[in-house]
Each structure stands twice: as structure tokens, then as C-alpha cells.
Design a protein around this ligand. Sequence first.
Ligand code: F3S
Length: 748
Amino acid sequence: MVYDIDMLRSFYSNFPKRVDAARKHVGRPLTLAEKILYAHLYNESDVRPFRRGEDYVNFRPDRVAMQDATAQMALLQFMNAGKSKSAVPATVHCDHLIQANMGAKTDIATATQSNSEVYDFLKSVSDKYGIGFWKPGAGIIHQVVLENYAFPGGMMVGTDSHTPNAGGLGMIAIGVGGADAVDVMTGMEWELKMPKLIGVKLTGSLSGWASPKDVILKLAGILTVKGGTNAIIEYFGPGAASLSATGKATICNMGAEVGATTSLFPFDTNMATYLRATGRDDVAEWATAVSDYLEADMDVRAQPDSFYDRVIVINLSELEPHINGPFTPDAATPISEFAAKVKENGWPRKMEVGLIGSCTNSSYQDLSRAASIARQAAEDKIPVEAPLIINPGSEQIRYTAERDGILGDFERIGATIMANACGPCIGQWKRHTDDNTRKNSIVTSFNRNFAKRADGNPNTHAFVASPELTLALTIAGDLCFNPLTDTLKTSDGREVKLKEPEGTDFPPKGFEVKDNGYVAPTGKEAGVAISPESDRLQALKPFAAWDGKDLIEMPLLLKAEGKCTTDHISMAGPWLRFRGHLENISDNMLMGAVNAFNGKTNSVLNQLNGKYEAVSAVAKQYKAKGISSIVVAEENYGEGSSREHAAMEPRFLNVKVILAKSFARIHETNLKKQGMLALTFADKDDYKKVREEDKISIIGLKEFAPGKPLTAILYHADGTEESFAVNHTYNELQIKWFKAGAALNAVR
Ligand code: F3S
């Protein structure tokens, strides 16, 4: 038993009361998303009608999941919070750091060795703080969560953008940065802007080659990559009930591709069956007992336009299989139009590799449907033109699929079975290719297809499709092949059409696994493994508390011009390696930001020696001399991801203030959590007054109070001075964080 049964029992006994209270206070019928959100308010007594898209609300999620790349900094911070145990059930999953190369066995052994210090650290911290640990090879975070932890009506956060996968079991599951996960694990309130709601009504039912993946591929075409921003996508209607739980999870998973906060489906018998098939009869029973509360109220379903901010209807009976791409997941094309598009755009027609797996499409149902096509290819002697790679979603699926001959079906047509891990989906793919410079096409059952994502090669045109369509195109080796209408030639010269895929939602003999890869925490006071010599991991020292003084004559480190996203502040790519080492990753600080004075990136004036040097190099020299510095920026500073490194790096390098025209909200909060000052120009034109050789003071901190502006004084090199008001959005609690040096210092 890996899930917390007592927590769930109490959850289901309280859920109806909390929903009833919310309905009374809001004074109207509720959607499912609203029921779950209101039932998870941090303060139960704070029920009132929150304005969607406007009000910030504090929530108390039920659980946390972290993947190995993001868990490192999350846990390093948690260790500083002075808690003995995570306040909510939490798990760590080792799935991102395994490179797909030779096949599962060899690759897991290689990864275990090359990442040993990271794995040992994650395991020892998990053990100490009561966090469940899923070792390398156990599976991909979201599949493992679906199989073990997701529950209808629940709310969780996960340090990965495809956390919404758990919406397939009716859960509000949101992808966050490590600092948010730490809030939840320390029992602090977790803040989210009340999301808007997009209702998607599904009618009809799928048949033939159409699969759940095609629902979201089509929807991505309708909404585009930004259409779901700050919204929850809530599915309903008779078509929703016809989909399997894992099919629903596929759809929710890829809601991340339209920018949605999360996606979810109402509870139904397919979910109950999945819960039972994965050993959770009690959860199925409890959820069934409150099933009226686990769907939108009747009036909402009858008149969706009155309750959702937008309603979209998709008829599953008319849905065509889609292929989306290249380079963006919202470029949606129905299969019947795809060949023409390939020719029209000059996309490389030869299909070079087919990849089936990722958290999106690696369930038993996905593999069994694709395997039915593989079987036909083997039986009819249809040559398979492109290499095939399979990543099962979890060890439970892999073991069961092997037992049931499904993996054998793939291997018979030449497939390589890779580890139960992310692999090629996150660029962890040692692709074997003869020429990296050739434009080439691959088709995957994954969710993202941005340039370079799978194999790091900008010449690769990646398309996303369902597993069954991916397999059909792999057999044909031709992007222009349409299995619904075209035939293939067998090795003895016959023309055959592929039969429609057939699969089962559940293994007829039930799921089976020998070692699911779970390591339960012992809670013992064992040591946490961080080697002082490590270049990948470094224990965090708490940031120093405020010294009670104003910030006087800080040299300007950088005046950034134009866009400054979290990628500009803390780049990803090769820097991923240092996600657990604040000092080493700080070397990338602001290296992508453009210096307003010379138009260059990573080249700023060092006021100590008059030379132009890298931003982090200058900041380090200031820090070594005990000098604080300040960064000035334009609009929406810190937009992009919730990556806490973008706030921690400046803090680490003694930058005390970010003074911007405006902030992206999540990043502004992250700065506050790390004890930084995030200030805005009261008059945006004052940005122009900042000169390259300025020293800047921030005055008024002794009277730092909500709503009360501070003062900035610019000391120019020519001896003149200018001063102006700067604003902030700190509340009482956030001022406490500033004074304590960081939010974690304040909770300790
Ligand atoms: Fe892993 Fe790709 Fe999903 S990186 S968590 S399989 S989106």
C-alpha cells in the first residue's frame, strides 16, 4: 500500500460538507473545478465568491509529487524549513535523468551510476522527511501518480508541467515550481489566482483509428498554445463518460500544451474501474458514494454557457485522427489533410523514427492498441521501414505488457524497449543517426515537439500523434501514409490495409508487477548524502536576515532592456545539470538579458574595475567585497516559468533589489519568498533616468508597510542625484519574509 488511506477516508467524509458550504456562499450551482477548489481553501471559514481570473486565493492541496530534476532544489529548500516531516503526502520520482540509448537494462545501469549522487541525495532526504521515493526505472511521474495516488476530488501540486495528467481521475493537479511545492510541504498556504473555466462538452464516442489523444490534438488546434492560460479546462458530457481513465489522463496531460492551469474530468464508472484495477477498491467505493459531488451541478451541465467562461463542443463520433507539428503542438492537422500539408510545406517526407511512450501515452491501453498494429505487420509480413522506440509508463505496465506478449509484439517488428522513463521526450535520447545536419522527420506519441526537444537537433521535424498512428507511420516509413485509406505492400507483394487498432483498457489477467520500484520512507534520522566535493549538489545555507538598515548606494549590476523571462534570468539546457547546486547554477544568472547600455547579453560594466564582464562574474566580485547590487528591468520581468532558481540566483549573489516597470506575478512572489525586494517604478518613465555608472539607494525600509511606497535615489557618476517613488505589493506576511531573509526562515 503506497497511498495514505486514512487521509482519503477523512477527505471523502468531509468533501460533501465543504462543497455544500461553498455552494451556499457562492449562491449558485458549481462546476466540478469550483467544487474541488472551494473544498481546498486554506482557511475553511474563508468561503466567499472569488472572482475568476482576478482574486488570489490560498489553497491547501492534498499532496505533492516531484520529479528528479526539479526535486533537488525543492528538497534542498525544504531541508531549510526546519520541519521533521512533509505536512502532506509527497513523492519523488526518478524519471528525467535516464538517457535512452541501448535499451532499458543498460540505460538504467548507466543512469544509476552517472546520477548516483543525485539519486542517493533524493533517496536519503525522502527517507528522512517521510517522502515516498520511486527509484530509477519505476516509471514516469504522472503515470505512477495515476496508478497509485490520484483520486477523484483531490488537489495536488507537482514540480512538472504535465502534473494535470491526474485530471484523468478527476483531480485538480497543477504543475508548479519547487518553491510552491515547498510551501505545500511545510504546511504554508499555497496561492493561486482563481482560474477561469473553459467547459469542453464531449458528445458521441470514439471509433476506429480515433483515440483520446486526438481529442486534445484537435483542441490544441482550436485553443492554440496560449488559449488555456489561467484557465481550468473542465470536460463533461456523454462523450466524457465513454473514455477510459487513462484516455482522460492523456487529454488532461496535454492541456499543458494550451497553457491551461489544469484539466479534469468528472468521476464516472470508468474511473471507478481503473481505481479497482490498480488496487484501490476503497477509494472507488468512497468516491462512488459521493459521486454527485464529483461532477458539475445539474444546472451547469444543462446550461454550460451560463457558468463557464467559454464552451467548446467536440463530437467524438466525427473526430478524425490528428497529427500536430512540426515545432509546435498546436499545429493540428486531420490525417486526411496531412499528406497534402507535408508536400505543400516541404517537410521531410521520410519518417525516420517512431517513438511511443512519455507520460502522455504509455498506458496499458495505449500499448495494447499499438501492439495490435505491430502484430498485423508481423503476421502479414509488412516490412517496417523506420526504427521504433518504446518507453513504457511504469514498471507495472512494463511487467504486465511483457507478461501479456505486448512488448514481444513490438520487439518482433524490431522495436527497442527503453527504460520506463522520460528519455527522448526531454532530450535524454542518444539518437543513432548517420547525419545530424539533414532535415528529418520523427513521429512521437509525446506531448511537446518544440525544436531540439527530443534529440537536440534543430533539423528534426517532430510531429505528435496517437500511439497507434505513430506505429502505422513507423511501419510505412512515410509521413504521407494514411492508414485509414492507403495500403501497404507485404514482402510477398500483396497490397494490404492495416486493420483498425484494437486494445483493452485493462489487462484481462489484471496488472502485475514484481518490484514496482517504490521505497517507503522510514523517517529515521539517517544522514542526507551530499558530498562537499559535488558539483551537482550543494546544501543551502539560509539567506541572512535583513540588517534593519536602508539599502545604500548599491552599484547598478544590470539595466535590462526588453523581455526578461525566467529563461533569460536562469537558462535551462546544459545548466539543468546544476539544478541542485545554487552556487554553480548562479554562473548563468541573467546571461540572456540584454544590457540596455550596449545592447549585448552577459556583458555589464564592473564598477570596481571599469571593465565589461559577465553578469554573474561582476555580481560575485561585489559579493566578495560585501557590496549589494541592484537590477533594473522593463515590463513583465520574470515571465515564463515558476523556476525558483531565477529568484534564488540573484539572492545568492547579493543582488538585493529588482526594480522593474512590472513583474510577472509568479516570479514576483518567488522573489518575495527568497527575501528579495521586488519594486516597481511609480512612474515608468523613471526607468530612463537610470545611468550605467549609477549607485542606487532604497530608502524607507524601516517603515516598510503594505501599500506604502519606498524611495529610490540615483547617484550619478557626475555627482548629481535624482530620486523618485517606487512601489511594492508586499503584504504583512511578505514583509515578515523580507525581514527574516526568506519565507523559509520565517516558517522555521
Ligand atoms: Fe517526462 Fe516528457 Fe512527461 S519529460 S514527465 S515524459 S512530458
